[in-house]
Ligand binder design. Structure first.
Ligand code: PEP
Ligand code: MN
Length: 369
């Protein structure tokens, strides 16, 4: 995996922190000093240009806040980063001498903007982090990383900040952790940092999200911190004071992928081999189920029946849901699983229907042993 631009102390997660927005020079410098004093923060973040969904709210100080970030670095020793959304932002940040940049969620969605930013960075070696796009489109996220790679940015990282939620409860942005697994699997070289502040949306949930991110082997955290969160000009509900952030970080530990204890490793591989056996049985069961589905499909085709049957559809979900409840299996696991099973079963019977006149009764698949 590519290295992140900064290193944490052994046993501690890598943490970048700072206010959502730079509001004044004293706020920026004081926050950076307090965060540096904790010894747990490796870089300082502050937004200078703030993309807001609706006009009229605080849209950031703009270019004149860049020297405040430089002053914060001089005072605290922490490298500083901010969000860029176009070529002018990039040029201003490079001129001011910032250490790293990030592309925000509302910019990652648009390949034109990302390409413009990438072009402005051609030949410049500065770390750039890419937040996930607002909606769960992995292609846009990976595409932005590729555009930066193509202009020679050697140090990129992905920032997982959650995805637009229709109902912003309990989290402001849905974590959809499975997308971080998919990203990891598609681009294993790219470090993934979690932004628990924008996922949580409220102070009380930041710790839980940060802990989950580390349990899921994410490589670091970007957390919002403000000296007076209730008075923050943006994202007031989710920011933590530097002291609260420090207390939260004290309680976190970096998890490892493999246990050091040999006995634990032995038990783990035994349990995994049993699990593999069960998974293999599941695949065989699904294969047998599909054979039956095909046989039923032939019957329906021959007797002029529709493939979809509402009563049957309802029965599958009701009966399996009741079994799941009785066995203490999460109802959504069974519901989602049978949605997929049913979808492929319908597809199979549609295929059967269109081939039925050719196959006739003789082609009914025999049950396999
Ligand atoms: C931010 O980091 O303050 C920000 C605007 O984040 P996002 O792009 O994730 O909404
Ligand atoms: Mn914010």
């Amino acid at each position: 995996m590519k290295a992140l631009p900064w290193k944490s102390k052994p046993g501690q997660p890598l943490v970048v922190a700072g206010p959502c927005s730079a509001e004044s020079e004293s706020q920026v410098v004081e926050t950076a000093l307090a965060l540096a004093a904790s010894g747990r923060v490796v870089a300082f973040r502050a937004g200078v240009w703030k993309p807001r969904s609706r006009p009229g709210s605080f849209e950031g100080i703009g270019i004149s806040a860049l020297p405040w970030l430089v002053a914060a670095r001089e005072a605290s020793g922490l490298p500083v980063m901010t969000e860029v959304a176009n070529a002018q932002h990039v040029e201003a940040c490079l001129k001011a001498g910032l250490d790293a940049l990030w592309i925000g969620a509302r910019t990652t969605v648009n390949p034109f903007y990302v390409q413009e930013i990438a072009e402005a960075l051609r030949g410049v070696n500065i770390p750039v982090w890419v937040k996930n796009p607002i909606h769960s489109d992995l292609g846009l996220w990976i595409g932005a990383l590729e555009r930066l790679d193509a202009v020679g940015i050697g140090s990129v990282a992905a920032v997982h900040r959650g995805f637009y939620a229709d109902r912003p409860e309990p989290f402001r942005n849905e974590p959809k952790w499975e997308l971080s697994f998919a990203l990891r699997s598609r681009v294993p070289d790219v470090p993934i940092v979690c932004d628990p502040s924008h996922i949580a949306g409220k102070r009380s949930l930041v710790e839980q999200v940060a802990r989950t991110a580390l349990d899921l082997q994410l490589d670091g955290l970007m957390v919002e911190s403000h000296t007076n969160p209730d008075k923050a000009l943006s994202d007031a509900a989710q920011q933590l004071t530097p002291d609260a952030l420090n207390a939260l970080l004290e309680g976190l530990d970096v998890r490892r992928g493999t246990p050091e204890d040999a006995e634990a490793l032995r038990v783990l591989s035994e349990l995994r081999s049993t699990l593999d056996g069960l998974d293999s049985e599941l695949v065989h069961l699904l294969q047998a189920r599909m054979d039956l589905v095909a046989a039923i499909g032939h019957l329906k085709a021959k007797h002029g029946m529709t493939v979809f049957q509402l009563d049957r559809f309802r029965h599958i979900f009701q009966a399996r849901g009741e079994e799941a409840a009785a066995l203490g299996v999460h109802p959504s696991l069974i519901d989602e699983l049978f949605q997929v099973v049913h979808k492929y079963s319908v597809q199979k019977q549609i295929e059967v229907r269109h081939q039925a006149p050719l196959w006739g009764d003789a082609a009914l698949p025999a049950a396999k042993q």
